[in-house]
Design a protein around this ligand. Structure first.
Ligand code: SF4
Length: 377
């Protein structure tokens, strides 16, 4: 089983913290839809033996496309790939795009999961981040969306400069009041070349505080646990049966095909990525050529990737898999490297599965990089 990710590289306006690939120039929207369809067609043989279980529209802002454009792309996926009956079809959407008519239309074209970029229910946070929606729209879209969709995820950002824990708790409570079964939540990070980075450098905005971010992370973990959510990945919390199938497949190392500018793909051996430039992406596909670069992952790359994704999830890192897939030398290395984290109660070994403890969760990326294999070929 595998999945398809489709990157829609447009946004109404640039959020101040964002370093994803997108353009605010919508002139090439129609050409982009055709280029995406073309890429789907040209790559149909790559996943000939696979069956797609999930179709995921990410971005950028997929909800910027009309429902008929999204349908054209979904139809093209069905025409060119094997797709299971009733796949998970997710569309990332921003609140300002989600009118009742839009939401109904999305349901009619087969979308069965919405991932809504709320980020905060507070007006000042939304303005600081330069989100395209306001607090009223954030609430209104959820009131409507929950009437038509049961599988809804919403995104929240913590560690916003000058935010208090009380405000953060109010954000979580508000999110819970809509009864959504999935929440993704990320710490605000200062990415180079973003507007937020410049504001901080110029002293216009205070930098995000790591200690506050850590406190808010643990407030989130505790509150969502009390409310029946399972913390199944560092940034993802779901009620049973509502984990993101698409993202879980990625974390479990399954194959996926990425379509659209900047999208990445993985076929079990190779990783490839599309050009992150809308004009060149369209032009190259118009000539019938794929705008793609590929690298063969070494055993070491795949080991490091497994450590990174495994430690972020409740599935952890299986010693049995390490031994089978990578060999005894890798297993011995991992055992030796992980011991100090086990002694510090940051990692735990349960049934031969290495996992982060509650204390180690927030540090999982840093711990993983200490377990990476750098020199062995
Ligand atoms: S809507 Fe999403 S992709 Fe677009 S600028 Fe904002 S954070 Fe980035």
């Amino acid at each position: 089983m595998s999945g398809i990710y489709i990157h829609i590289p447009f946004c109404k306006q640039a959020c101040h913290y964002c370093d994803f690939h997108f353009s605010t120039n919508m002139k090439k929207r129609e050409e982009m839809v055709f280029a995406i369809k073309k890429e789907i067609e040209l790559r149909k043989d790559e996943f000939k033996k696979e069956t797609l279980e999930t179709i995921y529209f990410g971005g950028g802002t997929p909800s910027i496309l009309s429902n008929s454009d999204l349908k054209l792309i979904i139809d093209s996926v069905y025409q060119n790939y094997n797709v299971v009956h009733n796949p998970e079809i997710t569309v990332e959407a921003n609140p300002d795009d989600l009118t009742e008519e839009r939401i109904l239309g999305l349901k009619q074209i087969g979308v069965n999961r919405l991932s809504i970029g709320i980020q905060s229910f507070f007006e000042d946070d939304l303005q600081l981040m330069n989100r395209a929606h306001n607090a009223k729209e954030a609430e209104k879209c959820l009131q409507i969306a929950t009437q038509y969709f049961d599988n809804i995820s919403l995104d929240l950002i913590y560690g916003i400069p000058d935010s208090t824990n009380e405000k953060w708790k109010a954000n979580i409570e508000k999110a819970l009041s809509f009864g959504v079964p999935h929440i993704s939540s990320y710490a605000l990070t200062l990415e180079p070349k973003t507007a937020l980075h410049k504001f901080v450098q110029k002293g216009i905005v205070n930098p995000p505080d790591d200690e506050v971010a850590e406190e808010q992370f643990y407030i989130l973990v505790a509150t969502l646990k009390e409310n029946g959510f399972i913390h199944y990945e560092l940034s993802n919390f779901g009620k049973p049966d509502y984990f993101s199938k698409n993202n879980s497949a990625y974390w479990l190392g399954k194959k996926y095909i990425g379509i659209g500018p900047s999208a990445h793909s993985y076929d079990g051996t190779n990783r490839s990525w599309n050009i992150a430039n809308n004009t060149l992406y369209i032009k190259t596909l118009e000539q019938g050529v794929l705008p793609i670069e590929t690298e063969v992952l070494t055993l070491k790359d795949r080991y490091n990737e497994y450590i990174m994704t495994g430690l972020r999830t409740i599935w952890g890192v299986s010693f049995e898999r390490i031994s089978k897939e990578f060999g005894e030398v890798y297993l011995e290395y991992l055992k030796k490297q992980s011991q100090k984290f086990i002694d510090d109660n940051l990692l735990v070994l349960e049934d031969n599965i290495l996992k982060t403890t509650q204390k180690g969760k927030f540090l999982s990326d840093g711990i993983a990089s200490d377990l990476f294999l750098v020199n062995l070929k």
